[in-house]
Design a protein around this ligand. Structure first.
Ligand code: HEC
Ligand code: HEC
Length: 283
């Protein structure tokens, strides 16, 4: 102690203290830092290899051997406005595991033949194979991960939030998917599909990956709890029985008001014209 305090004012003491502090920090970090990274990498590298093999067979003909995308003549899928170069399959670098899960589990991919839009069809890959394809594409570049059930499960959403989900749906989605999510046509032979019976996870994945003309709804634009509210709204809407009668396209109070306007005012005007005609005759 005497030794240390006597050398406290030594010119090198400050520098030495700094080095000592850094050393302690480093040691603490190596002890406390999460060590999971390494083990996770070794388990997925096998999946990535499996995914790469599946990709070479089922996807590389359009997306390129390394998922870099391919441009070819006569594939029928055009890049925006440019008619000379046609995309056989877009680059998959950075589209993320969520895009693969969305495309493959809905049967859109592998695309059977060039079309304006990949149709939904039965998925021919097992869950393990889909996971391997996801791991491979995710290894090409960082992108959105497959959401966990906690992200998209709407069971905890309150009734008010379902109503908020309806509002969010009408502002963000109904322009393409129609009121009630019944779907609608888009230019160029494309369409926004009906959202009846679409699984929760796929709705979530559509929002975070933005397939085709659909925009990506990042968490900054539509927060995760808002996405759950939208899913809850669609589920509630589509599980409600149709009570019979004319539902006026399900457009809500606006269309009902419009019908009241046309029918009600139309009748009144008809009566007015009739009275005027009668009155004129009576004179
Ligand atoms: C016949 C050609 C063809 C084959 C085979 C094919 N794709 Fe595609 N893929 C396309 C085209 C064209 C698009 C873009 C149009 C679209 O999204 O509908 C696309 C889009 C995608 C997207 C969406 C990219 C994005 O930006 O979100 C993913 C993911 C994808 N493909 C994965 C796959 C996987 C995985 C396979 C193999 C199981 C596969 N594709 C097989 C042609 C193909
Ligand atoms: C600009 C138009 C547009 C908007 C806005 C839009 N979508 Fe889409 N959506 C599309 C198109 C086009 C597709 C079909 C993509 C494909 O087949 O590759 C689609 C596909 C989907 C699918 C997949 C359906 C299936 O059968 O697999 C879901 C779910 C979906 N959209 C939900 C939403 C939600 C929720 C919103 C609002 C937050 C929204 N969309 C906003 C155009 C749009």
């Amino acid at each position: 102690m005497r030794f240390l305090s006597s050398r406290r004012r030594h010119p090198a003491a400050k520098a030495l203290l700094l080095v000592l502090g850094l050393f302690v920090m480093g040691a603490l970090y190596t002890v406390l830092a999460p060590a999971t990274q390494v083990s996770a990498d070794t388990t997925t590298s096998q999946q990535v290899a499996e995914g790469k093999a599946l990709f070479a067979v089922g996807c590389a003909s359009c997306h390129g051997l390394n998922g870099e995308g391919q441009v070819g003549a006569g594939s029928g899928v055009e890049t925006g406005g440019d008619t000379t170069t046609e995309i056989q399959g877009p680059s998959l670098v950075g589209v993320g595991a969520a895009a693969v899960d969305f495309q493959v589990s809905s049967g859109r991919m592998p695309l059977a033949k060039p079309e304006a839009q990949a149709p939904v069809k039965p998925n021919r890959y097992t869950p393990e194979e889909v996971a391997a394809l996801e791991a491979y594409v995710a290894s090409l570049g960082p992108g959105p991960d497959v959401p966990a059930p906690a992200d998209y499960d709407p069971s905890g959403v309150s009734a008010e939030d379902v109503a908020r989900g309806g509002e969010l749906f009408r502002t963000n989605c109904s322009a393409c998917h129609n009121f009630e999510g019944a779907g609608g046509a888009l230019p160029g032979g494309k369409y926004a599909p009906s959202l009846y019976g679409v699984p929760d996870r796929r709705i979530y994945e559509a929002m975070i990956t933005g397939p085709q003309q659909m925009p990506v709804f990042s968490d900054g634009v539509v927060r995760p709890e808002d996405k759950r509210a939208i899913i809850a709204y669609l589920n509630t809407l589509h599980s409600q029985p149709n009570e019979g009668g004319l539902n006026l396209g399900g457009l809500g109070p606006v269309s009902e008001g419009l019908w009241a306007w046309i029918l009600g005012l139309g009748t009144l005007m008809g009566i007015a014209v009739w009275i005027a005609a009668k009155g004129a005759k009576a004179k």
